[in-house]
Write a protein that binds this ligand. Structure first.
Ligand code: BV8
Length: 250
């Protein structure tokens, strides 16, 4: 990580109140959760884009649930990493802090973040396809695949947003409002290719916010970022936090 860039980033953040953070799968990578588009992003011979769709669920709910049950089993025992924990600490460091995530793994909440805006839902929640009721089920593996609703017998689906599905309008509106009103947006561990999430940093920049990106490699956002901190979230965020606290509480 470039020390000057990190120092510049800390200098920008230290004087601000309204700071928004957008995270992607990369912030959970050091907890052992595979990312979507990295080398470990495969499951059997499938890619996420082919399984995380209503069409795939319609045609083979059992296969889609085998994938989600496998992911739930993988995520259940993992712990948040220093990157998650630093961001949980920032909710008390900045008066107007907001955390927006594309991840469905629940690790931000597990690390102590109180108000997490989950753009794409949560893998621990199941939704009845008929009644629309949502329940949190932490059992892994699930006792039956695909699971069915205990009250009406219809299929249960993961309460996540699939490709080709609209995000919850209220969640999306809040995410765009926070992006438009923040003074800086930190973009951590996302390939910045999935929309509409990938539009949030540009919305922040258009509103005059500083955009700071943390990623081991450049992304389509990098050319538009004010500062690019090359590195892993679990290493860059603790270093940035130290620099920031030196400035905030000298
Ligand atoms: C919608 C839930 C409309 C499911 C997910 C505009 C332009 C182009 C395309 C579109 C567009 N508008 C819509 C689309 C289509 C589509 C889309 O964006 N497709 C992409 C692939 C081109 N979008 C949609 O379909 C969205 N819906 O727009 O609906 C609509 C409106 C009205 C009515 C009907 C429809 C819905 C998108 C949501 C899909 N669901 N997840 C599940 O998880 O099972 S998306 C999925 O990708 C995950 O949520 C994931 O978080 C997300 C984004 O991926 P990343 O998080 O960025 O992860 P990735 O693996 O890609 O990258 C990891 C990054 O981490 C890398 O950069 C890597 O370098 C970095 N990294 C690795 N290690 C570390 C690290 N960083 C830091 N530290 C490390 N240690």
């Amino acid at each position: 990580m470039n020390e000057k860039s990190a120092s510049d980033a800390a200098g920008i953040l230290s004087g601000l109140e309204r700071v928004a953070v957008l995270t992607g799968a990369g912030i959970s990578a050091e907890s052992g959760v595979p990312t979507f588009r990295g080398a470990d992003g495969l499951w059997r011979q499938y890619r996420a884009e082919t399984l995380a769709t209503p069409e795939a669920f319609e045609s083979d709910p059992k296969l889609v649930w085998e994938w989600y049950d496998w992911r739930r089993g993988l995520i259940a025992p993992v712990e948040p990493n220093p990157g998650h924990r630093i961001l949980a600490g920032w909710q008390d460091l900045f008066a107007g802090f907001s955390l927006i995530t594309q991840n469905v793994d629940g690790l931000h909440a597990k690390s102590g973040s109180r108000e997490v805006i989950e753009l794409h839902g949560n893998i621990w929640k199941l939704r009845c396809v008929r009644e629309g009721t949502v329940s949190e089920v932490r059992t892994t593996p699930l006792p039956r695949i695909p699971p069915v609703c205990s009250s009406c017998g219809a299929l249960l689906r993961p309460h996540v947003v699939w490709f080709g599905e609209a995000l919850d309008p209220a969640v999306l509106e809040r995410a765009f409002d926070l992006s438009s009103s923040c003074q800086a947006m930190l973009v951590v561990g996302t390939s910045s290719v999935v929309h509409p999430a990938a539009s949030l940093p540009r919305t922040a920049a258009r509103a005059g916010a500083a955009v700071i990106e943390i990623n081991p490699e450049p992304t389509p956002l990098t050319p538009d970022a004010d500062i690019f901190l090359a590195g892993k979230a679990g290493q860059v965020l603790p270093a940035l936090d130290r620099l920031l606290r030196e400035r905030r509480c000298p």
